[in-house]
Design a protein around this ligand. Structure first.
Ligand code: TAP
Length: 519
């Protein structure tokens, strides 16, 4: 439900209606059996292995986190966050207003001038180390909360999102008292108050990507989480209290996009960081144009995962599956275009279909689940609409014959072949478990097709030849290029895009630069 439509003081709905139109389109004509017949065979069935949710206490209502305290929203309104795997309401969330954004910025400004900028950098580092340790200590609680709120498999929130979030705080803690080495020969200075707006696909991890370097560089923060996934950010507020972070250094304002806009356009906010859709990124860039603020935009992507004929095929199949089905494909750097060399296309696609037939789709809280729930009904509809356009434009669709849960927002892993570069599924970011296959004959053609996109965030190369990796990687217009792997993230490595994927880098020393002014 768009947050703007939530009635004042509304109680959580118990059973939101499920529109028939959001069900994965799976008419018999488009669902083919797996080529080897492995799908559905009992030897591959797993016993249920549900993670317990006992470790988490989700309160009925959450306020805003401003100046170290929980506050009611000035308008008195709330929105509801749902579990996308069950469609059950989880909690009422404060609907922050521009007045609340103003209060949070005032608190961050005061904390910057009076406390945070006065601390010795070594002392700032101690808080970051402390936050990292607490995230590790409370990792199960964070993983379960993240999975319940976002729909991502517990295996991923447990093994990827939470450990990486802790690692980002640890890594940037190390930088806090070494900033002069990040900008040699110049004097590093913090911006002051930074405004950050994050999306719903990696709620805690995006928070860590933003808050850790900002604090290490000496800034204070006002952050707005996405409306469908506020819970781990609000749990993080508790971590800030536990770490005894000075009041106002981190402020978390939940609310709609318009509240995010109030934060980023406020004149006291000196630096803005946004991750999300290209359209909102453009709106933000226009909204702050001429104000002299620093801006980093991490937007969408349409990455090519290129498989050459000499690649280790089974390894490449795993990489392609990971590239597009990790986090249900709701990943800005997802390998959503498979570019496969024509000479091996048939065999590769047969192996890929077999592997896809063994993916387990369902309860995200089950430790064996590979593909969890789509984050929201709106996203489900958006994926369905783009998949329907692929069929209408003449691409061939294939989905494994798997059962989906009867409740919740689930989408079958989907493979398109016979895709033309002009098809919408080859050009637009689907942000779902949908792979569009395009073939190529030569290295030059692979590069040409991979770069034929408005985006430029990431790419993958699969080949045994080191020289080909170097040749292709240097010709690809993508901020991140993985070779014989995909979706590898590390706090020390910069991440960011070209073209409509945005500008600026997050992660590594480069990610620190964005939070520093240097004279
Ligand atoms: P966005 O609308 O871009 O939302 C991202 C964040 O921006 C959310 O916190 C959102 O708040 C906020 N926001 C929305 N409008 C804003 C405005 N005018 N000013 C300031 N902040 C604003 O993404 P979405 O609607 O969640 O997803 C739409 C599409 O974006 C997806 O289908 C996907 O293609 C893409 N997407 C990309 C990424 C990455 S990492 N590249 C991440 C998420 C989505 P609310 O949640 O309250 O609306």
């Amino acid at each position: 439900m768009p947050s703007d439509q939530t009635p004042k003081g509304a109680a959580p709905r118990r059973t939101p209606a499920r529109a028939a139109s959001v069900v994965t389109p799976a008419p018999a004509a488009i669902v083919a059996p797996a080529s080897s017949g492995l799908a559905g065979n009992s030897p591959w069935a797993y016993a249920p292995a549900p993670e317990s949710r006992e470790i988490v206490t989700i309160r009925q209502r959450y306020g805003l986190f401003i100046d170290g305290k929980e506050r009611a929203p000035s308008g008195g309104e709330v929105t509801i966050t749902y579990n996308p795997a069950t469609e059950e309401p989880l909690a009422e969330i404060a609907k922050g207003t521009p007045a609340d954004a103003d209060r949070a910025i005032e608190a961050a400004d005061r904390a910057y001038r009076k406390v945070w900028s006065k601390l010795h950098p070594r002392e700032r580092a101690k808080y970051l180390y402390r936050i990292s340790r607490i995230l590790q200590e409370r990792s199960r609680e964070f993983a379960v909360t993240e999975t319940m709120d976002s729909g991502k498999p517990i295996r991923e929130s447990r093994d990827v999102d939470v450990p990486l979030a802790a690692a980002h705080f640890w890594y940037y803690a190390g930088w806090a008292d070494k900033l002069q080495y990040a900008v040699p020969g110049r004097r590093p200075e913090a911006h002051g108050v930074v405004g950050q707006v994050i999306p719903w696909n990696f709620p805690l991890l995006m928070l860590a990507w933003k808050i850790a370097p900002a604090l290490a560089a000496g800034n204070t923060v006002v952050l707005k989480p996405a409306s469908t996934t506020p819970l781990t950010a609000l749990l993080f507020a508790d971590v800030c209290r536990q770490a005894e972070l000075p009041d106002g250094v981190v402020n978390i304002v939940t609310g709609p996009g318009s509240t995010g806009m109030s934060i980023v356009t406020d004149p006291r906010v000196a630096k803005v960081a946004f991750t999300g859709s290209t359209s909102v990124g453009v709106t933000i860039a226009k909204g702050i144009a001429g104000q002299g603020k620093g801006l980093t935009l991490e937007l969408g992507g349409k990455a090519a995962n290129i498989v050459f004929e000499d690649a280790a095929l089974d390894q490449a199949v795993e990489g392609v599956v990971n590239g597009i089905f990790f986090n249900q494909g709701e990943v800005c750097c997802a390998g959503s275009r498979l570019l496969v060399q024509e000479s091996i296309a048939e065999e590769f696609l047969a192996r890929l279909r077999d592997r896809m037939s063994m993916l387990r789709i369902g309860d995200p809280m089950d430790k064996n689940t590979d593909i969890g729930a789509i984050n929201s009904k709106a996203q489900m509809e958006s994926i369905g609409e783009l998949v329907a356009s692929g069929v209408a434009e003449g691409a061939q669709i294939w989905q494994p014959a798997c059962d989906l849960p009867t409740r919740g927002w689930f989408f079958r892993p989907t493979l398109f072949t016979n895709v033309a570069q002009s098809h919408r599924i080859a050009r637009e970011e689907i942000f779902g478990p949908v792979l569009a296959t395009i073939t190529f004959r030569t290295v030059a053609e692979a590069i040409e097709k991979a770069n034929n996109t408005a985006y430029g965030l990431s790419a993958g190369i699969w080949t045994e030849k080191g020289s080909r990796i170097l040749q292709v990687a240097s010709a690809l217009k993508a901020g991140v290029v993985w070779a014989n792997t995909f979706n590898r993230f590390d706090p020390t490595a910069p991440f960011g895009g070209y073209k409509e994927s945005g500008y600026g880098r997050e992660g590594g020393m480069q990610g620190l630069h964005a939070y520093l002014r240097s004279s």
